[in-house]
Design a protein around this ligand. Structure first.
Ligand SMILES: [Zn+2]
Length: 202
């Protein structure tokens, strides 16, 4: 890996080989910082259409295998109507609904679970309003690592069903997602290996 995790507020920096979520010195967000911008070149098998075609940008050491469900490589659709007749204006939309868990969260959770699994994570927990819970449940199952998901009682039934389908321990809570963060901190029995603060989700 050719990048570090640098604190967004203080001078803390670390190699991305632990289970960091926020800066251990000041609690601020950690940012993925590249010493040199990697080249955008395809590597791996030509048949691989996933985001892991670009390993130089991703949290993988030599010889490690990504925790992948084929995320990335989604269609980039040209919206001719919105672009209009102005040749200098071309509007595109990336259809992230075609990711394996139905949202862009599949990319971030594939990266975060890959790094955490290779760093020794034994359990995952996440507060969610929906898509992150589905994605972490799916990638945790793929890695063979148990997942606990905190979600509001008002979460749509279709989302809760997917979280349960992937085998996560689903805990419904009364209140907003920020209240769930408090619940997780109160539940010290859960190793918080991946949360919404994980720098690899951004
Ligand atoms: Zn800091």
């Amino acid at each position: 890996m050719k990048w570090n995790l640098d604190c967004s507020e203080c001078d803390f920096t670390s190699l991305p080989r632990g289970l960091d979520t926020v800066c251990p010195e000041c609690g601020s967000a950690l940012l993925v910082c590249y010493a040199n911008t990697p080249a955008v070149e395809l590597k791996g098998a030509r048949s691989d259409c996933s985001m892991w075609r670009y390993p130089e940008w991703l949290p993988l050491e030599d010889g490690e295998v990504p925790i992948s469900l084929g995320e990335g490589g989604t269609p980039l659709l040209h919206l001719e109507t919105l672009s209009g007749e102005n040749e200098s204006l071309r509007v595109y939309v990336k259809d992230e609904s075609q990711n394996p868990t139905g949202s862009f969260k599949a990319r971030g959770l594939s990266a975060a679970v890959t790094r955490a699994a290779h760093s020794g994570a034994e359990a995952f927990v996440v507060p969610t309003a929906g898509n992150a819970g589905i994605a972490l449940s799916a990638y945790g199952a793929r890695a063979g690592i148990p997942v606990t998901v905190f979600a509001p009682e008002t979460t749509p039934a279709a989302i809760l069903a997917q979280i349960r389908y992937f085998g996560a321990d689903l805990k419904l809570v009364n209140g907003h997602i920020f209240r769930q963060e408090v619940n997780i901190k109160e539940c010290t029995e859960f190793p918080c290996s991946v949360s919404n603060n994980s720098p690899l989700l951004l």
